[in-house]
Design a protein around this ligand. Structure first.
Ligand SMILES: [Fe+2]
Length: 393
């Protein structure tokens, strides 16, 4: 049975606010917005926001916004408002329009302060010796079972890393896996795919493989690559362990022990570059990246691509010590995971959150070949939202 409350009529006397607006049935009309008593308590909503988010603003076929708030002749203002069952009804003054809002929508929005987003979840931070706990999923399962693809995407959102096993040994194999999350995206300076290959000639002693320092890929890009895939096609060399660190865990710990230094690394952008005869790519990045909730969502670290720091010299007095302290922490054993990537495995990780590197290896015998590519973080999140909805999770 529907319950209709009495109208709240706006007091349109200039200068009158909520206090003076008619206050009936739990609704108070003000100059800029209204207050309504919801199940969860009193809630205030701005008139622009309400008018903009009238259900008629979205075209049901294209699911795009077809209402332009800037097209109104004057600021939106409610002439009257009432609750009809589980719907808030607003009659607008100055235009012949009535809006209806499900109270559940208003309650939900007030609680979150945002629309529902299934990809917003606490990160599971990890430290040293976590390799055994990485999510392991077979390529076949990711490609053929939606629930497994969902689990793969979720691991990347929560842990920032997942190990895919049983990879088919072909160039196309990586494309199949990456496309399970989204389109492969190119970098400005490379193509869509890259191969880290070392075909070794035992007679050539100069052909050695050095340690690869801890880094995130391509900070010189305006938008550094999101999700990185490294498909191990062959690894029969001695040494060459993979190194992986959860940068979010390091930075959250650093925030607790060195709050002032943490702020410096969040606030100031430093320059990175990548140059050849063909390109000259440059971008400024913060070393620590925060999400909308203020949690650490990523790092940018790459000593071999760092350009000349161009912060004011007096800022560098404080910045450099903080920077060095943080980099030493990233490389410390407290966070380090060392393991061997085997042929047929593909390590997939958030290139912003996870810092990676490689130990030196003996290049006199064997073969090492990794094939890599990137997919946007946004594509991962989109896939996760769609799968969550489709699977009813
Ligand atoms: Fe890399």
């Amino acid at each position: 049975m529907q319950h209709v409350t009495k109208n709240a009529e706006a007091d349109t006397t200039p200068g009158r606010g909520i206090e003076q607006g008619a206050a009936t049935a739990g609704i108070q009309l003000g100059n800029d917005g209204l207050s309504v008593r919801l199940q969860t308590g009193e809630a205030y909503f701005n008139y622009y926001w309400l008018r903009d988010n009238c259900t008629t603003s979205i075209d049901p076929q294209t699911r795009e916004r077809v209402f332009d708030i800037s097209g109104l002749d004057s600021a939106p203002r409610a002439r009257s408002a009432y609750v009809d069952g589980d719907v808030l009804v607003i009659e607008w003054s100055g235009e012949n329009h009535i809006s209806r809002y499900a109270l559940a929508f208003l309650v939900d929005f007030q609680a979150r302060g945002a629309m529902r987003d299934d990809t917003i979840m606490p990160r599971r931070l990890w430290r040293a010796d976590h390799y055994g706990n990485f999510s392991r999923i077979s390529q076949n399962a990711v490609l053929t079972e939606e629930k497994e693809r969902w689990r793969f995407a979720r691991a990347l959102l929560e842990d920032g890393i997942a190990l895919v096993t049983g990879m088919v040994d072909s160039d196309e194999s990586l494309t199949w896996l990456a496309n399970a999350l989204g389109d492969v995206v190119p970098s400005t300076s490379d193509s869509y795919f890259f191969d880290v290959r070392l075909a070794i000639d035992p007679n050539n002693l100069a052909f050695t493989a050095k340690q690869l320092e801890m880094h995130t890929d391509l900070p010189s890009e305006q938008l550094a690559p999101g999700i990185q895939f490294l498909h191990c096609r062959a690894n029969s060399v001695e040494g060459g362990s993979s190194l992986f660190v959860d940068g979010a865990a390091v930075a959250e710990d650093f925030r607790k022990t060195h709050p002032a230094e943490f702020e410096l690394l969040c606030e100031y952008r430093i320059p990175f570059f990548r140059r050849s005869d063909r390109f000259d790519v440059r971008a400024h990045q913060t070393v620590i990246e925060l999400d909308r909730e203020g949690s650490v969502s990523g790092l940018t670290i790459s000593q071999h691509l760092a350009d000349v720091f161009d912060l004011p010299q007096s800022v560098l007095d404080h910045y450099y010590p903080a920077f060095c302290q943080f980099l030493r922490l990233v490389r410390s054993n407290r966070y380090m995971n060392r393991f061997r990537l085997n042929a047929g495995e593909c390590i997939v990780f958030d290139n912003h959150r996870i810092v990676h590197g490689r130990e030196a290896f003996n290049a006199s015998r064997g073969k090492r070949h990794l094939r890599g590519c990137y997919v946007d973080r946004g594509a991962l999140r989109s896939t996760y939202r769609i799968l969550t909805k489709r699977l009813g999770l």
